[in-house]
Structure formats: C-alpha cells, structure tokens
Design a protein around this ligand. Structure first.
Ligand code: GDP
Ligand code: MG
Length: 600
C-alpha cells in the first residue's frame, strides 16, 4: 500500500467510556465484520477482559475506508491499534502509541474527562500524535455535550465546535469520525528503500501458532520467508508468515513502510519477541534500532503459595504457561517457614497481580494464599554493599546506611468539593503535592508524587470511598527516593513468622505492629501453653499480646459417657489439624493467614 493512503490511529478513553463499542461500530461500518457475525466487543477476547470490561492486550485491525464527504474518494487503509487501558501497562501503551500518527480521545458525554483519559493523553502528546477529541454517548439523556465539549476543547486546545459528538451505541457520527481520521491524521513517513525496521508493539502467545508478533513497519519492507533479526538480542528467525488482521489474520507477501500487521516466526515464548524491540533483516539489515526499547520491569511483588502444599508442581506449571504470554511476569521459588513452598512473583502493578491470580485460580483450578504485595527496596549498608529486596523477610539486618523506595507520579481527578479529602489522604500517604489545575469550575486535576508502597496498599479504595466514587486515579513510575523505612517482624512464641514481615515507614511501624498482633491474638486458638504474640523492629519489641493457655482437655467436656460423641470430637479435631500450620511450636489455622493477609 502507498503510505500516503495509510492512517494509523488508536483510541484512548477512560474505562467504560465506550472504546470497545466504538471499535465494534467501526468494524461494522467499514464492512470488515458482517452484520450477522457481529457480537458486542468483538475485539475483547479474553474472558477476564470481557467480565471486567478491561482490555489487557492490544491488537491491530485494518479497516478500509473511503471518505463519505468526497466523491470517488480513494480507499484508505485505517489501522486501528488497540492500547491496553490500564496504568500497569504504561510501557505497552507507549509502544502502541509510538506505532500511531494520531489518536481519538474518547470521552463519555455524561461523565467528562477522567484520570485515565488524561494520563494517556499526556503520553499521546509526548509522541506528537494528532489528537481528535470526541464525545461519546450523546444518546444518553444525562449527556451534557456542551459542557464537556468545552472541557475537552480547553484541554486539547481547539474550539468546542471542533469536538465531534457521536454515539458508539447507535452509530450516530461514527462515519464522520472515520472521515476525520482520514483528513486529520498524518500519513506515516519512512524510507522505502532502506533496510527494514519494524517496531514490535505487541506480542501474544497462541497455543496453535506460537507467538504472534504485532509490528509497524517504519522503514523498508519485510517479506515472507525472509531471515530476520531481533535487534535487542541479535537472535535470528525465519519469517514463516506475515500479514494483516481485518480482524482475522490474513497472510500476505510482505509489509512495507507505514503498514501494520502481524508476523510469525515459530518462537514459543513472548520473551523472544519483545514489545519495543526492532526487527530488521538478518543480512544487510539496519544498524540502528528504533528508539524507546525497555525491558519490562516488575514493580510489585507477592509470595504465592498453594493452599494445599501438594499443588506446588501444578502452580509451577501454571506460572510457566502464563509466562509464555506475559514477558512482564517473573517468579522464583521461595520457601516460607509459615506457608511452605511457593513462589515470589513480580508484577507490573496491582491489576496485573490480580489478573494473574485470578487466572491461576480460574484457568488452572489452584487455590492460593498470597502475601501482602510489596515493592522493591534498594538497601545500602554502611560498609557500602547493596541489596535489592523483593521479599520483606529478607530485608538485611545490621548497619543500614540508606533505603530507597520507588515513587510514582499520580494524577487524580475529582469534583472540587473533595479536594480537601483527597489532599488529606495523599498527605497521610507521604505524598508531595506537585500541582493542581481546574479542568472546569467544578472538576480538578491534582498531581502528587507518592511512594508506590503507599499506593499499592489500599489507596484506590480509600480514594474512592472518600470521594463517593467520583475520583479517578492514574500513576506512572518516576524513580526512587530515600525514605526512613524499617522492617517490622511478627513473632509467635519467639519465632519470626516470615509471611507477616513488612517494610513500613518509621512513623507507621507501631500502628502496623499493634494491628497485626491484636488480629493474630483473635484468630489463633488457645494452645496447651501460653503464646506471646509480638511485633518487633530488630530486637526491639513494639507491641505485645498473649494467647492464654487452654486449661482443660477438650475431651473432659464429654464426662466419659458417650463414646460416639467422643470419637466425633476426636475426628473433628483431626480435621482441624489438617488445616493447621506449625509455626515453630505454635499451631496456626490456615484461615488466620488468609484473614490477616487478605484484609488489607
Ligand atoms: P470501554 O471500557 O471503553 O471499552 O467501554 P465499552 O465499549 O465496554 O462501553 C461501556 C458501556 O457503555 C457499555 O455498557 C456500552 O454498551 C455503553 N456504551 C458505549 N457507547 C455508548 C453510547 O454511545 N451510548 C450509550 N448509551 N451507551 C454506550
Ligand atoms: Mg473495552
């Protein structure tokens, strides 16, 4: 295809503002999906995506379109590149945006701009994309198109009349929108006769075909059967198949400047075809990769343990399988005195953690205990040695010079009446105010830097409850800061329970210790002896409770008479024992671990 006829664009929208529905209408209007095959949210394939209404993986679809406002117009090729909508996947979003020249900024006409819209808009601006502001859901009685058109116009710097108003549900305005994409989005530019350079913006594992890699060709041409090279690793592969999606895969002879499509090399693991990497020919290929490649970096860690210890091999197998499709998922075996054999698993963020956990439970039928999520700490000792800590129980003891923790830049959007509540929450979470802007007279954008550890700990729920559900949040990592952090250990009868160790800010350590100790006292049944429950920083005890000893044998209650009752009681006791874990000399019911770990 002549690059002058190509338009590469994406849709950015806050969750539920109608991105998938708009994509559906575009598939229909351009005729790539026939009416009778149409089902809602055609492109959202994964079950969890459908149920939660989130898009985890992006895809690209090729849509032929001839302008309706022009007679005998030429057919253009529109490539709609779907971006993951969630903050955890910022890097993948940035790669998808880098494959586009323009984007549709889609905003619900009854809701207005939200945090996710803004965060993604800033990313789009960084990539110099042409932005087409669009209000959706104008069919809703609650829509306020005038108000929000003004808000949007103000944000992107255009006139309110330039904001298109559509209904993805009824289809009103969608053909005009496609015309506008053709008119306003610049055609891709690249060097036709240069060695090929193609940017990978997505990489998906398919059980039948192996890894399917989505690329945008920036320069030159990639041809079927050619030998190619991954520029970040130098690995060579043969191009078994190359083609486009409209929306099903359709093989082609090659892809050239500006084109977007898929390729298959037969590799079985997405880590061999990395998002952000550049592909070139093996022979006489390009020498300089396209910019922007980064290795995915896990930000949040949690220990995952099978509830039933004998499921450990199944858990390993399940993680191996999930990793084929998820280059950002990392894990290594770990043993916990309290929880047995499991894995320390690294995630991009909390949603990523939740999605993986849910898939392990749902698709692989595993029952899991997950330890409280924590971030990575960089610890420098006084003797100059450095440690990277991904498990709080491995926080070094001894003379520590400095502890570094990751921080994020958070964007919060809220109705102005909640400014006070939002700021109070952020201050409590050790936040640093960066700035505040009114988007309209009653809606405010507030920017903070916050320690990531404070955000993964219940922040979103708190934000929602303090703003009656109205605030929205987005954040991106911005580096590290030095902080006054300590490790709090929990001891049962003098033995440290590794699963409960936590890294806290010095000022919050005491509250954490008191809370855990009193919770455990409630949850752990009395034993044959007295059990002290303590929280300690190093050797200093900061909180203490005691579980008193049982006086009488349980069987004494039976007065010796009724044998069957006695047997039943013994059996019940045995049953209970099965679900007990021995922590040192103390029996702790499994439920206690779950209760303590999950209530945060
Ligand atoms: P996404 O999260 O941005 O992909 O949003 P969806 O496309 O899944 O839409 C979220 C909800 O809004 C769904 O229930 C849609 O049916 C509904 N919706 C989307 N577009 C419109 C529209 O133009 N009008 C109305 N009334 N509802 C819409
Ligand atoms: Mg969607």
């Amino acid at each position: 295809t002549d690059p002058a006829l190509i338009r590469n664009f994406c849709i950015i929208a806050h969750i539920d503002h109608g991105k998938s529905t708009l994509a559906d209408r575009m598939l229909q209007l351009t005729g790539v999906v026939e009416q009778r095959q149409m089902r809602a949210q055609y492109l959202d394939r994964m079950d969890i995506e459908r149920e939660r209404g989130i898009t985890i993986k992006s895809q690209a679809v090729r849509l032929p379109w001839a302008r309706t406002d022009e007679e005998n117009g030429q057919t253009h090729i529109l490539n709609m590149i779907d971006t993951p909508g969630h903050v955890d996947f910022t890097y993948e979003v940035s790669r998808s945006l880098a494959a586009c020249e323009g984007c549709i900024l889609l905003v619900d006409a009854a809701q207005g701009i939200e945090a996710q819209t803004l965060a993604n808009l800033y990313l789009a601006m960084e990539h110099d994309l042409q932005i087409i502001p669009v209000l959706n859901k104008i069919d809703l009685p609650a829509a306020q198109p005038e108000k929000f058109a003004a808000e949007l116009a103000n944000l992107v710097g255009c006139e309110p009349e330039d904001v298109l108003k559509v209904s993805a549900k009824t289809g009103v305005g969608v053909d005009e929108l496609l015309d506008k994409v053709v008119r306003d989005v610049p055609a891709p530019v690249g060097v036709k006769d240069a060695p090929a350079r193609a940017m990978i913006f997505d990489s998906v594992y398919d059980a039948y075909r192996g890894v399917v890699t989505y690329v945008k060709v920036v320069d030159g041409t990639l041809n079927k059967r050619e030998r190619i090279r991954m520029m970040s690793t130098g690995a060579a592969h043969e191009l078994l198949e190359i083609g486009t999606n409209s929306p099903e895969m359709k093989a082609a002879d090659g892809l050239s400047v500006g084109e977007v499509g898929y390729l298959i090399t037969g590799v079985k693991d997405v880590r061999q075809s990395k998002v952000g990497d550049t592909i070139t020919q093996l022979n006489k290929g390009a020498t300089e990769a396209l910019g922007g490649y980064k290795d995915p970096k896990p930000m949040v860690f949690s220990g995952l343990y099978p509830l039933d210890g004998s499921d450990y091999p199944e858990l390993r197998e399940a993680l191996d399988k999930l990793q084929l499709n998820d280059a950002a998922l990392v894990y290594e075996p770990e043993t916990s005195a309290a929880l047995g054999f499991g894995f320390r698993v690294g995630f991009l963020g909390l949603l990523h953690l939740e999605v993986i956990r849910e898939r392990l439970e749902r698709e692989f039928g595993l029952e899991l205990i997950a330890t409280a999520p924590n971030v990575i700490y960089g610890v420098t000792m006084e003797d100059g040695t450095e440690h990277e800590v991904t498990n709080p129980s491995e926080f070094p003891t001894g003379k520590i010079a400095e502890v570094q923790e990751p921080v994020v830049r958070a964007t919060i959007l809220t109705p102005s009446e909640f400014i006070g509540a939002v700021m109070e929450l952020c201050q409590n979470r050790r936040g640093n105010l960066l700035g505040m802007d009114y988007l309209s007279e009653d809606r405010v954008e507030i920017r903070y830097t916050l320690p990531l550890a404070e955000v993964v700990f219940d922040f979103f729920d708190q934000l929602k409850s303090k703003t009656r559900g109205y605030a929205s949040l987005d954040y991106e990592p911005t580096g590290e800061q030095v902080a006054d952090l300590v490790k709090v250990d929990i001891l049962l009868h003098g033995d440290q329970v590794d699963a409960f160790s936590a890294i806290c800010h010095k000022d919050k350590a005491y509250a954490y210790g008191v809370r855990l100790v009193s919770k455990l006292r409630e949850l752990i049944p009395r034993q044959a002896f007295e059990v002290p429950v303590q929280a300690a920083i190093g050797s200093r005890v900061i909180a203490r409770e005691t579980i008193r000893a049982i006086r009488k044998d349980v069987l004494a209650k039976c007065y010796g008479g009724d044998i069957s009752r006695k047997r039943k009681l013994l059996e019940k006791q045995k049953e209970g024992k099965k679900r007990m874990k021995m922590v040192g000399s103390v029996e702790v019911p499994q439920e206690a671990f779950i209760a303590v770990l999950s209530s945060d």
